[in-house]
Design a protein around this ligand. Structure first.
Ligand SMILES: C[S@@+](CC[C@H](N)C(=O)[O-])C[C@H]1O[C@@H](n2cnc3c(N)ncnc32)[C@H](O)[C@@H]1O
Length: 275
């Protein structure tokens, strides 16, 4: 099979096919979590930093939420907006860096004056770990903090690195088909460098069409966080308090306590009142 290397996020059609069917549990959890933990009369305006193809954002928009997002990848943003438009929804995704943005970067709702703060934000499946260093991570929490109103929440899901011992070995494969296109995806960890705080993650898409089949392969560095490093970061950012923590079971009835061995975490952060 022909092999090409490249950024898999540059192939939103394949990304969305592979990840796109997996949204219901996250969506229900997010909606329930906003209602349970936000100290606001209602949650209507949503922000997804690193929204990608809009796997979740599009579905929230379809449910009637006013949902916006940003992403570094222009192709993913174009894919996201094209799908929103096709369904008669607002093209609300913008190209932007999740560690360097302002409320004014998002498009105002038609007829509205300025961009109103968001009631809630969400960022699941490790996107946050793309931020390469502490300064970017801290800037990210500050940017989201300045875009979300006090009492609003930020739901942040990532894999933590256990304080001791080896992380669970992660390797996953799954496949998806739409019409004559089929994609088999494979993701694996190539190891954690604890000193540099980088986990190298490989991912490939085997793409099959009636006329061609090829493999796209990519390796990228994901920043690592222990529970302690994450707690320190949230503290340092200053604008968020931890309202609750869950795991990737996305069960609102089963909050967890983090200890040194915890790996999958979904923090529900609540925006502190302005001082
Ligand atoms: C795993 S994908 C998740 C996409 C989407 N949130 C989802 O749940 O399907 C990670 C996304 O993060 C984006 N990304 C990486 N670094 C970024 C940054 N600094 N600012 C904004 N987006 C970023 C990538 O382009 C990619 O679309």
């Amino acid at each position: 099979m022909e092999v090409q290397s490249g950024d898999l996020y540059d192939y939103p059609k394949y990304y969305d096919l592979v990840f796109g069917s997996d949204w219901k549990a996250e969506l229900d959890f997010l909606e329930g979590g906003f209602a349970e933990h936000a100290r606001l009369p209602h949650v209507r305006r949503l922000l997804e930093p690193a929204c990608g193809t809009g796997r979740l954002l599009y579905r929230f928009a379809k449910m009637g939420y006013d949902a916006a997002g940003n992403d570094l990848n222009e192709k993913a943003v174009a894919f996201c907006n094209a799908r929103l438009k096709r369904h008669g929804l607002r093209e609300s995704a913008v190209v932007g860096d999740m560690s360097d943005f302002r409320l004014a970067d998002f498009r105002p709702v038609e007829g509205g004056r300025g961009v109103k703060p968001f009631d809630a934000a969400f960022n699941t499946i490790n996107s946050f770990r793309h931020l390469p260093n502490e300064a970017a991570a801290e800037a990210h929490l500050a940017c989201v903090g300045s875009a979300v109103r006090p009492g609003g929440v930020y739901v942040l899901g990532l894999h933590l690195t256990p304080a001791r011992g080896a992380p669970e070995s992660d390797e996953e494969s799954w496949s998806a088909r739409r019409g004559e296109l089929s994609v088999v995806s494979h993701m694996w960890s190539e190891g954690v460098d604890r000193r540099r705080r980088v986990e190298t993650v490989g991912m490939s898409f085997d793409v099959y069409t009636p006329t061609r089949s090829f493999r796209l392969v990519n390796r990228s560095g994901f920043r690592t966080y222990t529970a302690r490093q994450m707690a320190d970061l949230i503290d340092k950012a200053g604008v968020w308090e931890v309202a609750a923590v869950y795991d990737f079971a996305y069960d609102l009835d089963a909050p967890i306590e983090i200890d040194g061995r915890t790996e999958d975490v979904v923090y529900v952060l609540r925006r502190k009142p302005a001082v």
